[in-house]
Design a protein around this ligand. Structure first.
Ligand code: COA
Length: 331
């Protein structure tokens, strides 16, 4: 059995930081409202001319460096984004060119805020199928470019950034019994779980696009509906991931959730009876960076020494579509 080891991670945040107080000078909002309803205090904003592929390249370089892997070894780049540089070609190919490589496949995955979990599942399945040995999985976004800066209900929530992981095929890792204790399980991605319900696609969407309006459009959201579905869907998919691996919440060392809203994260932690100390939180500093949020959070917790080799890490996300998913990995 071939499995995917996560052998490195990296992240990149644009240097400009936008605070709630600065936002309050632009739209009718307050720092107190944003903190109380979302937990967000700051977000990063890409500079003029700084592209999603630039953010993705920096995150990819950091991930490759932490893995000690040369870009020329990468035979697959899967980049999750809802804010590509261009309608086509894929932003993944721009990152490939910036990394100076030309081997293997490179393509984008579009599942909005669930994009990183979707991209991780795609790359994991390429590796399991024997079609890739070394994969770069990137989540990169410049949501600041698709926000309606007059709409206080959405413009306060999102930020820009990128995160990446390197997966490497590990052959012949012995299978532990399904009921073995969590610390006896092999390292690597244990399972991924993806869902979509396209009936809800107008709950969170961009009101533009090449085949509809020929404009880029702006993000539109029914916030309360998204919130309601997020808590239900995320609670379901984390339970599904645990059950599929015969594990309980007590076996989880770190929950690395999509960083959309502190109240959604708190709800999932409570539902799992997981102490909040076991949850990696970056929403306060990064806001919602869509497909970048989970790998950004992974990178923070790996670099500050919280996530260590052998730890059981549960990742989850939910986004427009709706799409949602979870991935369980032994680091
Ligand atoms: N500042 C101040 N007031 C605001 C505001 C802001 N930034 N945004 C909305 N409001 C106001 C609304 O206009 C409304 O005022 P009204 O009662 O006078 O009409 C009031 O606050 C309540 O609005 P509501 O939308 O019901 O607030 P809420 O408690 O649902 O919080 C969200 C709004 C967006 C924070 C919340 O719905 C949410 O987080 N939803 C999920 C969003 C999400 O995670 N999206 C990404 C998923 S990947």
């Amino acid at each position: 059995m071939t499995r995917s080891l996560i052998v490195g991670c990296g992240a990149y945040l644009p240097s400009q930081v936008l605070t709630n107080h600065e936002l309050a000078a632009r739209v009718d909002t307050t720092d107190e409202w944003i903190v109380e309803r979302t937990g967000i205090r700051t977000r990063h904003i890409a500079a003029d001319g700084e592209l999603t592929s630039d953010l993705g390249e920096q995150a990819a370089r950091a991930a490759l460096a932490s893995a000690g892997i040369d870009a020329r070894q990468v035979d697959l780049i899967v980049l999750a984004t809802a804010t590509p540089d261009r309608t086509f070609p894929a932003t993944a190919t721009a990152v490939q060119a910036k990394l100076g490589t030309r081997q293997g496949a490179a393509f984008d995955v579009q599942a909005v805020c669930s994009g990183f979990i979707y991209a991780l599942a795609v790359a994991d399945n390429f590796i399991k199928a024997g079609q890739s040995r070394t994969a770069l999985v990137i989540g990169a976004e410049t949501f600041s470019r698709i926000l309606d800066w007059q709409d206080r209900g959405t413009c306060v929530l999102f930020g820009d950034g990128a995160g990446a992981v390197v997966l490497r095929a590990e052959n012949g890792a012995c299978e532990a019994a399904a009921t073995a204790p969590s610390n006896a399980r092999p390292r690597g991605i244990l399972s991924t779980h993806l869902h979509a319900d396209g009936r809800q696609h107008d709950m969170l969407y961009v009101d533009g696009g090449p085949s509809s309006t020929q404009t880029t459009g702006h993000l539109r959201m029914k916030g309360q509906e998204v919130f309601r579905h997020a808590v239900i869907n995320l609670a379901q998919v984390v339970e599904e991931a645990l059950a599929a691996n015969h594990l309980g919440a007590a076996d989880i060392d770190w929950l690395v959730p999509h960083q959309a809203n502190r109240r959604i994260i708190d709800y999932i932690a409570r539902k799992l009876a997981l102490p909040i100390e076991k949850v990696v939180l970056t929403v306060e500093q990064h806001g919602n960076t869509s497909a970048a949020s989970v790998p950004l959070a992974l990178d923070v917790a790996v670099r500050d020494g919280r996530i260590k080799q052998g730890d059981m890490v549960l990742m989850e996300a939910m986004g427009g579509g709706f799409t949602w998913g979870a991935a369980l990995a032994r680091w």
